[in-house]
Design a protein around this ligand. Structure first.
Ligand SMILES: [Ca+2]
Ligand SMILES: [Ca+2]
Length: 214
């Protein structure tokens, strides 16, 4: 009788089975704890990669010119029914200029880059101009690469649709890089693209940052 009670309450293998169960339980708890600790780190890389490819804006215009040159080029854009947007008027109804790049002045890096973008798309004709404000490098001509990208809806991917290079030959020169029309759905009308000159800067602006005529 006494032997039966012992068999009931105590392992017959001298405690080895209980030890194994404890070790397995501890291993499982350790594994679960490790998974819980790692969970926050599993998804962010994919999410971050997705965020990285979504620039702001729906109609995006970018200009670049040689980083090595201390030259102040200006981007001027005009949306349908809106006022021209450039260094002296950096926000319209549709377009915003992100920053007036002054060449090497006031830059933390030597990048020479200006960008303007819309919030939303309205149908009609858009104009993109570049203007040579100051040439501290005294090097001519100044090549300026102009790129137009479109993001036709919140869900759509941003696509580069136009690219050209224009050359500026003197201070004060303003060149129309391209004019183009978009449909209400935000689609480029291929036959609408041309570069007939349309001045966007006011003739009264002169060539000073204070918008005073020379
Ligand atoms: Ca500029
Ligand atoms: Ca710069």
């Amino acid at each position: 009788m006494s032997r039966m009670r012992n068999d009931r309450w105590f392992d017959n293998d001298g405690g080895t089975g209980m030890l194994m169960r404890d070790m397995i339980t501890l291993a499982l708890l350790g594994f679960v704890a490790m998974v819980i600790l790692l969970l926050p780190h599993i998804n962010p890389p994919a999410k971050q990669a997705k965020d990285d490819i979504v620039p702001p804006g729906n109609v995006i215009v970018e200009i670049t010119w040689p980083d090595s040159l201390d030259i102040d080029v200006d981007l001027w854009v005009e949306a349908p029914g809106d006022v021209p947007v450039g260094y002296s008027n950096q926000g319209g109804v549709l377009f915003n200029l992100l920053r007036d790049d002054l060449g090497h002045q006031g830059d933390a890096t030597n990048i020479n880059y200006e960008t303007a973008y819309t919030r939303g798309i309205v149908p009609g004709e858009y104009t993109v101009n570049v203007h040579l404000f100051r040439n501290g490098a005294n090097t001519y001509p100044v090549p300026v690469i102009v790129v137009l990208s479109l993001k036709s809806s919140k869900e759509a991917r941003t696509k580069q649709i136009l690219k050209t290079t224009v050359e500026l030959h003197e201070t004060g020169e303003e060149i129309t890089a391209f004019r183009f029309s978009l449909t209400p759905e935000g689609t480029l009308i291929d036959s609408s693209v041309h570069s007939l000159t349309k001045k966007l800067r006011s003739p009264m602006m002169g060539n000073s940052r204070g918008d005073e005529p020379n």
